[in-house]
Design a protein around this ligand. Structure first.
Ligand code: B16
Ligand code: MG
Length: 215
């Protein structure tokens, strides 16, 4: 089956276009070790696609300590500073040829392309990897008040492109993102972990398979 009536793609960033999981993990781990909290890959896995604040609450499930809101904000900021330091290692070579060629081909076929990411660092990541110019719009953690699974980040992306939500296809690696896309009437393609999400309309294993689902 092909979607013959769509006008735009909205891509999640982390886990779809670029993989900064390992940096998030290192940065949270650095903080958790300092606070004496158990933190491993299995907890990290639950942080995919969700906000910083919610991520820290999940990490604190394994702690007996109580932290006030300002204390939590201070720790989250420290994690972010560490994470941003790691992001400086990114370069254009971190984006595969397959991803660049596929985005280029979709643009050539007339689709608008946007980013729909929970990250407040999305623009920095896109600039480090020389990806900014591929996109007609960027909706990220800096222009939303409600994180995924709320659809706000995708609705804003559609607004920025001036297209109807029903004309958009979202590509996501997180269950929370698939849920967000479906609840605002967008088509949802699961990749990576979300390729096993039963709420996704389609699953793909490789990014370039997007070229098979649209004319
Ligand atoms: P930041 P995405 C998400 O990016 C990450 O998957 C998630 O692990 C992170 O907590 C969230 O962004 C917030 O990121 O701390 O940089 O603002 O998958 O929505 O592109
Ligand atoms: Mg993601």
């Amino acid at each position: 089956m092909k979607y013959t009536d769509k006008k735009a793609f909205i891509f999640d960033l982390d886990g779809v276009i670029i993989f900064t999981d390992r940096f998030h993990y290192q940065a949270w781990k650095h903080l958790a070790d300092r606070l004496g909290i158990d933190f491993d890959e299995s907890v990290n896995h639950r942080l995919r696609g969700i906000s910083r604040a919610k991520s820290f609450d999940i990490i604190l499930e394994k702690s007996n300590c109580y932290y006030s809101r300002p204390e939590k904000e201070k720790f989250i900021e420290q994690k972010n500073e560490y994470y941003k330091g790691l992001l400086k290692m990114l370069s254009p070579s971190d984006i595969s040829r397959e991803i660049r060629d596929t985005l280029w081909e979709l643009k050539g076929r007339g689709y608008q392309l946007a980013i729909g990411s929970s990250s407040k660092n999305a623009k920095f990541i896109l600039s480090r990897t020389a990806m900014t110019d591929y996109f007609d719009a960027i909706s990220d953690g800096t222009n939303i008040s409600r994180p995924k699974p709320d659809p706000e980040v995708f609705q804003k992306a559609a607004q920025f492109m001036n297209v109807n939500p029903h004309d958009c296809i979202v590509v996501e690696d997180a269950y929370a993102g698939i849920e967000a896309a479906k609840c605002c009437g967008m088509a949802a393609i699961g990749i990576g972990e979300a390729s096993s999400c039963d709420k996704a309309d389609f699953s793909i294993q490789y990014f370039s398979q997007l070229l098979d689902i649209v004319p």
